[in-house]
Design a protein around this ligand. Structure first.
Ligand code: SF4
Ligand code: FES
Length: 252
C-alpha cells in the first residue's frame, strides 16, 4: 500500500515549524506506524535530507516513549494502542494522514514529532518516596491487600507516562497521569504513610508546570493506550481534599 503523510517538521523549539508532504510507497500492512517512519527516514537519508525525529524505545507498547497525533488523535484511531503497536492494516491504501507532535505548553517541541516530557518526571519526583522497613524481604503474605484494591492498583500502575492524555485534553491537564500515579500507591498499604503529603506535593507541582485543570471532558480516557479510567482522577481529588482539610495533611 501507499500512504501520503503530512508530517510536522520543526528544527528546534525556537524556530517555527510546518507540515511537509511525503509519499511512502511499498508499505506492508504488517508494518507498525514507526516502521513506516523508518522506511521514510531511510529514503530521506539516501536523498541527503534530514530524517524525521520521533521518540521510541521498546516498540512493544510498554515504555511510553512513542506517541504523536495522527489526524488529530493521540496515538491514532485504534483504542488502547500506542503508535508503536499500531499496524498499517488499520489504514487504507492511498490514505492521507497528518502527523503532529503532542500540543501542550508543558511539553515543548524538541524537534519534529519529539516533545520534552520532563514535566512528568518533575511530577513523579515531587511525589517523593515511600517508607519501607530495611532488612530481609517480608513474607509475601505478611501484608494483606484486598483483591479489589490489588486489581485497581495494578490497573493504575499500567500507566506508561506517554503523555497522550495531556495532548488530547483541551485543557492540557495531566490529571489522568497524576491520578494513575496517586491511585497506584494510595490503594496499597505501602503507599499509606506518605499518602497525603504525596498528593499535596504532586498537585502543587502540576500547578507549577504549565498543565491545565481537569473539567471532566474524558478525552484522556478515550485515547489512553493503557485504558486508565477517569475514576483515578476522582480518587486523586478525594485524597487531595482529605489532605487539604486535615490540619497538617499527615493524619486521617
Ligand atoms: S494515563 Fe494513559 S495516556 Fe496518560 S500518560 Fe498514562 S498511559 Fe499515557
Ligand atoms: S516505543 Fe515503547 S511504548 Fe511505544
Amino acid at each position: 500500500m501507499r500512504l501520503i503523510l503530512h508530517i510536522w517538521r520543526q528544527k528546534n523549539a525556537q524556530q517555527k515549524g510546518g507540515m511537509v508532504r511525503y509519499e511512502v510507497a511499498n508499505v506492508s500492512e504488517d508494518m507498525s506506524f514507526l516502521e513506516v517512519l523508518d522506511v521514510l527516514n531511510e529514503e530521506l537519508i539516501e536523498g541527503g535530507q534530514e530524517p524525521v525525529a520521533f521518540d521510541h524505545d521498546c516498540r512493544e507498547g510498554i515504555c511510553g516513549m512513542c506517541g504523536f497525533m495522527i489526524n488529530g488523535v493521540a496515538h491514532g484511531p485504534l483504542p488502547g494502542t500506542t503508535v508503536c503497536q499500531l499496524h498499517m492494516r488499520h489504514f487504507r491504501d492511498g490514505q492521507e494522514l497528518y502527523l503532529e507532535p503532542w500540543r501542550a505548553r508543558a511539553f515543548p517541541v524538541v524537534r519534529d514529532l519529539v516533545v520534552n516530557r520532563g514535566a512528568f518526571d518533575r511530577l513523579i519526583a515531587a511525589g517523593g518516596f515511600i517508607s519501607g522497613s530495611t532488612g530481609s524481604a517480608p513474607d509475601g503474605n505478611a501484608i494483606l491487600v484486598p483483591k479489589e484494591n490489588a486489581d485497581r492498583a495494578m490497573d493504575a500502575a499500567a500507566c506508561i507516562g506517554c503523555g497522550a492524555c495531556v495532548a488530547m485534553c483541551p485543557n492540557a491537564s495531566a490529571s489522568l497521569f497524576l491520578g494513575a500515579k496517586i491511585a497506584h500507591l494510595g490503594l496499597l498499604p505501602q503507599g499509606q504513610p506518605e499518602r497525603k503529603q504525596r498528593v499535596t506535593a504532586m498537585v502543587a507541582q502540576a500547578r507549577r508546570e504549565a498543565f491545565g485543570s481537569c473539567t471532566n471532558i474524558g478525552e484522556c480516557e478515550a485515547v489512553c493506550p493503557k485504558e486508565i479510567q477517569l475514576e483515578v482522577i476522582a480518587r486523586m481529588n478525594r485524597d487531595f481534599l482529605s489532605a487539604a482539610t486535615t490540619a497538617r495533611g499527615d493524619s486521617a
